[in-house]
Design a protein around this ligand. Structure first.
Ligand code: G6Q
Length: 533
C-alpha cells in the first residue's frame, strides 16, 4: 500500500508532547482526581465497555496532543484500510510476508454490506460449515462407533492456535453446555498429552487439530501421540479427528479427518481466535448462538475503532495512553490485571498478541527504529496479585502502568454476602481501591510506609463477562495493538523471531535423532550449532 502516514517523531504533536512530558499531571496533588469533574469526564463509554482513565497522568492538553498525534499519523485511516483489505503485512523493499491483514473479516458477517466482501464471504462459509457440523452432532448424525454422542474435545495447537482459544474457553467456561468438556494440548512435553489422555474417554472424544501452517512440530507430534492412543483403543482416527488449517497446507487433507475447517493466509495466528481456530472448539463447548454473540461483540469494537475521536474510541485511547506512558514517560512494562478469575489466561494471550506483534526493531520501510516499540506485557488476576507482586507496583523503583479489567456482575449467580457485601462487591471494591491508591499514593513520615503515588492506571469496566463481552475484549486489544504498531511504523503482523525458533529446533533435532543419551548430545549439538549461527 502507498505510504500516506508521517513518521511520528516528525510531527508537531510529538514535539509538544515531549515538552508536556516534562511536567505530567500530578495525581498526588490535593483534589487531583476530583478537580474539574475529572473523574466523571475522563470516562469513555461505549456499548459494552467503559474506560475510566482519570488515574492516568494526562490532562486536556496531553489528550489533545495525543489526538493530534493519532491524526497526523493517520492511525484510524490505516485501521480502516486494513479492514478493507490493504496489504499491510509487509516491509517495503525487503522480502516479507506481503499479505493482507483481515482478522476483522472473521466477524464482519453481520451486515449485508461487509467492508471486505471477499474475506467476509469466506468467513461466512466457514461459519455455515460450523453450524451444520454442530447440528449434526446435536442430532446424532455424527456420533462415535457405538452410536454415542461425543462429549469431549481435545484441542491441539500452539501459540496463536492455542493461547487465544484457550483464554476464551477459560473466560467462558461458565457458559458451557451440559455434558461437554474441552482439554488442551499445546506443549510438545509428552507429559502434557499423557495427562490429558489419562482424563478422557477416547471413545467419546473429538480431537481438534489446529494449525494454520499444518507443519508445526509440536502440533504434529501431539496429533500423532493422540492418534496412536486412538488406534490402540481400536478407534478409527478419521472418525474422531477434525482439522482447522490453512487452505492448501499439508494438513488440508479431508480424507484424514472427520471434518476440515479452513482459515486464510490473511488471518495471522495470534489474531485468529475469531476464525475457526477458536470457532470449532467454542462452538462444540458453548453452542452455535453464543459463538455468534462472541463474534458480534468483536464486530462492534471493529466498527467503533473507526471513530477518529480519541475520547470516544476505547482501543485508540488505550493505545495512545500506552504510548504516553511508554514513550514519553519512560515506563518499560505494562501490567494487565483482570479482576476476574475467568480471565486468568487472558494476559498470556495478550502477551503473545502484543509482544509478538510489536516486539520489533525495524520500521515498515526496513530501517532501524529510533524510538522504543512494544512494552513487556505481563499480568495476573486480582485480588490474588495484591497478595504478591503489588508491593513493587506501589513502592518499587520501576513504574508499571496498569490496565485493570473489571465487571459489575459475576458470571454465576452463586455468591455470598458477608458483613453487608457480596464477594463480587469485594472484588470490585479492591479494584477501585488499588486504582486510586496507586494514583494518589499516601504520605507517611516513615519512608518505608510512604506510598509515592503517580502510578498511572486505567480501568476497563463492563457489566458482566459474557460471550459478547469476551469478543469485544479480544477485539479491543487487537485494535489497540494494531494502532500502536501503526504509530511506531512497524509491521505488527509478522513474527520472524518465532520463525527462527521453529527452524533452530529442527537443526538441533537432527543431532538427537536415534540417540537416547541426551546429556552428551546436548553439549555437542550446542557447540556445533553455535558455530553455524
Ligand atoms: C502467531 C504465530 C505463532 C503461531 C504458532 C502456531 O501469530 O505465528 O504463535 O500461531 O507457531 O502455528 P500454526 O498455527 O501454523 O501451527
Amino acid at each position: 500500500m502507498e505510504r500516506t502516514w508521517k513518521d511520528w517523531q516528525d510531527t508537531g504533536a510529538y514535539r509538544r508532547l515531549q515538552e508536556l512530558a516534562k511536567r505530567p499531571y500530578d495525581l498526588t496533588a490535593p483534589d487531583a482526581l476530583s478537580k474539574g469533574g475529572r473523574l466523571a469526564e475522563y470516562i469513555c463509554r461505549t456499548d459494552i465497555f467503559s474506560l475510566h482513565y482519570a488515574t492516568q497522568r494526562v490532562d486536556d492538553q496531553v489528550l489533545d496532543g495525543l489526538q493530534e498525534l493519532a491524526d497526523e499519523c493517520g492511525l484510524v485511516r490505516q485501521f480502516a484500510e486494513m479492514r478493507r483489505g490493504a496489504v499491510m503485512n509487509r516491509i517495503a523493499g525487503l522480502e516479507s510476508e506481503n499479505r493482507q491483514v483481515l482478522h476483522t473479516a472473521c466477524r464482519d458477517i453481520f451486515s449485508d454490506e461487509p467492508v471486505e466482501p471477499v474475506a467476509s464471504g469466506q468467513a461466512k462459509r466457514e461459519i455455515e460449515k460450523l453450524e451444520t457440523f454442530l447440528q449434526e452432532l446435536e442430532k446424532g448424525k455424527l456420533c462415535n462407533e457405538q452410536g454415542e454422542a461425543f462429549t469431549t474435545m481435545i484441542h491441539i495447537g500452539i501459540g496463536g492456535s492455542d493461547l487465544g482459544p484457550r483464554s476464551i474457553f477459560e473466560a467462558l467456561a461458565s457458559f458451557g453446555q451440559q455434558e461437554r468438556e474441552v482439554y488442551f494440548v499445546s506443549n510438545v512435553d509428552p507429559d502434557a498429552a499423557a495427562a490429558v489422555l489419562g482424563q478422557v474417554d477416547l471413545r467419546r472424544t473429538l480431537v481438534n487439530v489446529v494449525s494454520k501452517s499444518g507443519a508445526t512440530l509440536e502440533t504434529l507430534a501431539n496429533e500423532r501421540f493422540i492418534r496412536r492412543a486412538l488406534i490402540e483403543a481400536d478407534l478409527d482416527p478419521s472418525r474422531h479427528c477434525l482439522a482447522v488449517t490453512g487452505e492448501g497446507s499439508p494438513m488440508d487433507n479431508p480424507g484424514k479427518y472427520l471434518r476440515s475447517f479452513h482459515m486464510y493466509d490473511y488471518v495471522g495466528g495470534r489474531y485468529s481466535a475469531t476464525s475457526m481456530v477458536g470457532g470449532v472448539m467454542l462452538g462444540f463447548y458453548l453452542g452455535f448462538e453464543p459463538v455468534m454473540d462472541f463474534l458480534r461483540g468483536a464486530s462492534l469494537i471493529d466498527s467503533g475503532a473507526e471513530n477518529p475521536l480519541l475520547r470516544e474510541n476505547i482501543p485508540l485511547l488505550l493505545a495512545m495512553l500506552g504510548v504516553w506512558n511508554h514513550n514519553f514517560l519512560g515506563s518499560a512494562t505494562l501490567a494487565v490485571l483482570p479482576y476476574s478469575q475467568a480471565l486468568h489466561r487472558f494476559p498470556a494471550h495478550l502477551q503473545q498478541c502484543d509482544m509478538e506483534s510489536n516486539g520489533k526493531s525495524v520500521t515498515r520501510a526496513g530501517r532501524a527504529v529510533s524510538t522504543k516499540t512494544g512494552p513487556v506485557l505481563w499480568g495476573e488476576p486480582g485480588t490474588n496479585g495484591q497478595h504478591a507482586f503489588y508491593q513493587l507496583l506501589h513502592q518499587g523503583t520501576e513504574i508499571v502502568p496498569i490496565e485493570f479489567i473489571g465487571f459489575r456482575r459475576s458470571q454465576y449467580t452463586l455468591d455470598i454476602e458477608i458483613e453487608g457485601t457480596s464477594s463480587q462487591q469485594k472484588l470490585l471494591a479492591n479494584l477501585l481501591a488499588q486504582s486510586v491508591a496507586l494514583a494518589i499514593g499516601q504520605k507517611n513520615d516513615n519512608p518505608n510506609r510512604d506510598f509515592p503515588g503517580n502510578r498511572p492506571n486505567s480501568i476497563l469496566l463492563a457489566d458482566r463477562l459474557t460471550p459478547a463481552t469476551m469478543g469485544a475484549l479480544l477485539a479491543l486489544y487487537e485494535a489497540k495493538i494494531v494502532f500502536q504498531g501503526f504509530l511506531w511504523d512497524i509491521n505488527s503482523f509478522d513474527q520472524e523471531g518465532v520463525q527462527l525458533g521453529k527452524a533452530l529446533a529442527g537443526r538441533f533435532l537432527r543431532h538427537m535423532k536415534g540417540k537416547k543419551e541426551q546429556a552428551d548430545t546436548l553439549e555437542t549439538s550446542i557447540l556445533q550449532e553455535a558455530r553455524l549461527l
